[in-house]
Design a binder for this molecule. Structure first.
Ligand code: ZN
Length: 291
């Protein structure tokens, strides 16, 4: 009897391991059937200093829960959990392949989003950058060259952010405070760096829904990752440009479906500054009821 149970356990274990291997394989395999130009041999403007997301990013090098509770006013991963609002965010742009397509969808659906901009890409693609601004989206700071800021000095990280700030400021000269938002490349950040950027006036913007679009998933998978995890006040992470050979076409394809599904459920789309306002309002009310 005992031996039979042992065999059964072994079989279940083997099946589970086989499943994991297949699943990993699905996640790793980039979409092959794309018809658009996947960027190859990136120019210096487009190169990501810390490497492509798919090679560098495992789990973000940070403890999300700790940072949210440690720095409720500085480290933001979601908005008010009572409001039916979500914020779409797009990292790593602009480029001239995927960002314009994202902008087309947002325009068509009349949705405003937040783009976390890589400074040197904005310099290289100033027309697309201008379009983001003209179409009333918000931008945040995603460093100048996309390094892993845990691997460079605090001073170098600060220079990465300030150089991008200088480039972005003229686009938002009427409301410079709106763009004091920092999203760390690869999501890697620690308490010391949260405080450091807090001291120079930045909010650190994380997310609580990850589309995992940088993994080269199908549009259906990107859509599922978003829709199955979205809640009131969610900040959703997608990308509007990639690293070398990175194909984001399925993320573009999923976007209108994601928007339509959330609209049908009554969600409103807001930019990060609005979702932060809501989050602070919720904090205030919570504190009042605790008194
Ligand atoms: Zn990034």
């Amino acid at each position: 009897m005992k031996r039979r149970y042992g065999l059964l356990t072994l079989m279940i274990l083997a099946a589970f391991l086989a499943f994991l291997t297949v699943k990993e394989d699905i996640f790793r395999k980039p979409q092959q059937e794309s018809r658009i130009n996947i960027p190859q041999n990136l120019s210096e403007d487009m190169d990501l200093a810390g490497g492509p997301e798919r090679e560098v990013r495992g789990f973000p090098k940070r403890e999300i829960v700790d940072l949210i509770t440690m720095y409720p006013d500085l480290f933001i991963a979601s908005g008010d959990s009572r409001e039916k609002k979500v914020a779409l965010t797009f990292d790593d742009g602009p480029d001239d392949v995927f960002t314009p397509q994202i902008l087309d969808v947002l325009k068509d659906k009349d949705v405003k989003a937040t783009f976390f901009i890589i400074g040197k890409r904005a310099k290289g693609y100033s027309k697309v950058m201008q379009r983001i601004v003209d179409e009333c989206h918000l931008v945040g700071n995603h460093t100048w060259s996309h390094p892993d800021i845990m691997k460079i000095s605090l001073e170098d990280a600060k220079q990465e952010v300030l150089k991008t700030e200088e480039l972005l400021k003229p686009y938002y000269k009427d409301s410079p405070d709106r763009i004091k938002m920092f999203r760390s490349p690869y999501g890697s950040i620690d308490p010391k760096r949260v405080e450091y950027f807090g001291d120079i006036g930045y909010k650190i913007i994380s997310w609580n829904v990850d589309s995992l679009d940088w993994k080269g998933l199908s549009a259906e998978e990107v859509k599922t990752n978003v829709l199955e995890n979205v809640t009131k006040g969610s900040i959703i992470l997608q990308h509007s440009a990639g690293g070398e050979g990175e194909d984001l076409s399925s993320s573009v394809k999923a976007l209108p479906e994601i928007i339509d599904a959330l609209k049908a459920e009554g969600f409103e789309f807001v930019t990060i500054d609005e979702i932060m306002k809501d989050e602070q309002e919720e904090d205030k009310q919570e504190k009042n009821t605790q008194k």
